[in-house]
Design a protein around this ligand. Structure first.
Ligand code: HEM
Length: 119
């Protein structure tokens, strides 16, 4: 069986570091920061780390809500979704993830769009 993206890049420690860096980019963006006002970031970072570990082929310890339940009512626009995806792309590229794997992760993220965006 092919090695998972999770294992290929060093497992939990790497996912955890990249998720922290990702939310630094996201919360530094003037257009995205308002979505995260009042959010318990350590908790969100913990859940996002678990979520990505799971979808990248690592252990499934996800304790958060469904993506739809977590984002309902946040009025996330298509533009905000695209910007978040772009920050994830930059984070992965900066973390040494090869283009083929970056594309695979972004395809996974794109598949969640309808659960997150309010058109
Ligand atoms: C791109 C795909 C996305 C994925 C895979 C994703 C994933 C997640 C996960 C796993 C959680 C934690 C749920 C929980 O704690 O129960 C979460 C929460 C959250 N997400 Fe996303 N998210 C995405 C896009 C976005 C976008 C585009 C925004 C806003 C621009 C956003 C804003 C938030 C906020 C504010 C929370 C915290 C909600 C709360 O605790 O009440 N997310 N997301």
């Amino acid at each position: 069986m092919a090695q998972s993206i999770y294992d290929k890049y060093g497992g939990f420690a790497t996912v955890s570091t990249l998720v922290e860096r990702f939310y630094e980019y996201v919360t530094a963006s003037p257009s995205l920061a308002p979505y995260f006002e009042g959010v318990d970031m350590p908790r969100l970072i913990g859940h996002q780390t678990q979520f990505l570990c799971k979808v990248l082929g690592g252990p499934d310890n996800y304790e958060g809500r469904s993506l739809r339940a977590a984002h309902i009512g946040l009025r996330i626009s298509p533009e905000a979704f695209a910007e978040v995806a772009q920050h994830l792309k930059s984070t992965l590229e900066g973390g040494g993830v090869v283009p083929e794997d970056v594309a695979a992760v972004l395809a996974l993220v794109a598949s969640t769009r309808s659960e997150i965006v309010e058109e």
